[in-house]
Design a protein around this ligand. Structure first.
Ligand code: G3H
Ligand code: 13P
Ligand code: ZN
Length: 288
């Protein structure tokens, strides 16, 4: 599934409407930068309101993306009423990461809220050194196992050469590493951040190796902004902002639809392959 970032009503409607029209459970998420921009209670009410009003029976999760400290988590759960939260302590040492993540898990589980953690770093465009030591940054499988066992998290964001934004990524994701992570923590859903620029082949390979959710932000931001730039044009003589926000909302809707359709077709293809394999095994069993 896709987890799509939002920061306002229009973006949220674009996401929720696309998921609803394709009848595909999805996640809307906001970061702590959006808490700073909008206020966590206000953005919480906006997102909850859109989900409640427009998703009908299509399940939509509301998630805190990249919570950095305990206050962010409290804000996400108490003020914004989220279903799940991420504690991103990936910049800290393993010991400190485990310690804050465990504290968050104990608190969130008590309230019926699921927790995603991050181990290994998924770098950001423009915010990081331009030369990257991928081996240093990527998730170490044994540490992932330790984090899961010692904290009881519900999902883990992994680094296998992926990056946020259109930051140059590792030429090829480290699939062997992902395989190893999967083997060591087979019951923990794996989350791929920085998936905007991931095409069909990479997504398919990641799904085969156990990734269940892809985080998408930059592609939707670009769709939103490009539409606004086009609508405003070189001379800004618009007096009704709704005239530029409406097509921007539609642009996000189209982009999210495109992503969900890609996820759907990959998952149908993989299921069909599995069915074919099963049939083959059944045939060879009956021949014996
Ligand atoms: O990883 C999440 C975002 O792409 C960065 O979002 O600018 O809202 O912190 P932000
Ligand atoms: P992109 O902006 O690269 O799509 O990454 C989004 C993300 O990981 C949000 O957590
Ligand atoms: Zn991210």
């Amino acid at each position: 599934m896709g987890a799509f970032n939002t920061f306002n009503m229009e973006m949220t409607q674009g996401i929720v409407r696309a998921a609803h029209d394709l009848n595909k459970p999805s996640i809307v998420q906001v970061t702590t930068s959006t808490f700073k921009y909008a206020g966590c209670r206000s953005i919480g009410k906006v997102v909850r309101g859109v989900i409640e009003t427009e998703s009908n029976s299509n399940p939509m999760g509301f998630h805190l993306d990249h919570g950095k400290n305990f206050d962010d988590i409290v804000c996400g759960i108490e003020e914004a009423e989220m279903d799940s939260v991420m504690i991103d302590a990936s910049l800290l040492s393993l010991r400190e990461n485990i310690s804050i993540t465990k504290r968050v898990v104990d608190y969130a589980h008590e309230k019926g809220v699921a927790v995603q953690a991050e181990l290994g770093k998924v770098p950001y465009v423009g915010r990081e050194e331009q030369t990257i030591d991928w081996d240093e940054l990527m998730t170490k499988p044994e540490e992932a196992q330790q984090l899961v066992e010692e904290t009881g998290i519900d999902a883990l964001a992994v680094g296998i050469g992926n990056a946020h934004g259109f930051f140059p990524e590792r030429p090829e994701p480290d699939w062997e590493r992902l395989k190893k992570i999967r083997q060591l923590i087979p019951d923990t859903p794996l989350i791929m951040h920085g998936a905007s620029d991931w095409g069909r082949d990479r997504i398919k390979q990641a799904v085969k190796l156990g990734v269940t959710c892809f985080n998408i932000d930059t592609d939707n931001r670009l769709a939103f902004i490009t539409s606004i730039c086009r609508a405003v044009g070189p001379r800004c003589d618009v007096t009704d902002p709704r005239k530029i926000l409406d097509p921007a909302r539609t642009a996000v809707y189209e982009k999210v639809k495109e992503k969900i359709e890609m996820f759907n077709s990959i998952s149908s293809e993989l299921t069909a392959n599995k069915d074919d394999q099963n049939k083959k095994y059944q045939l060879s069993d009956s021949e014996e």
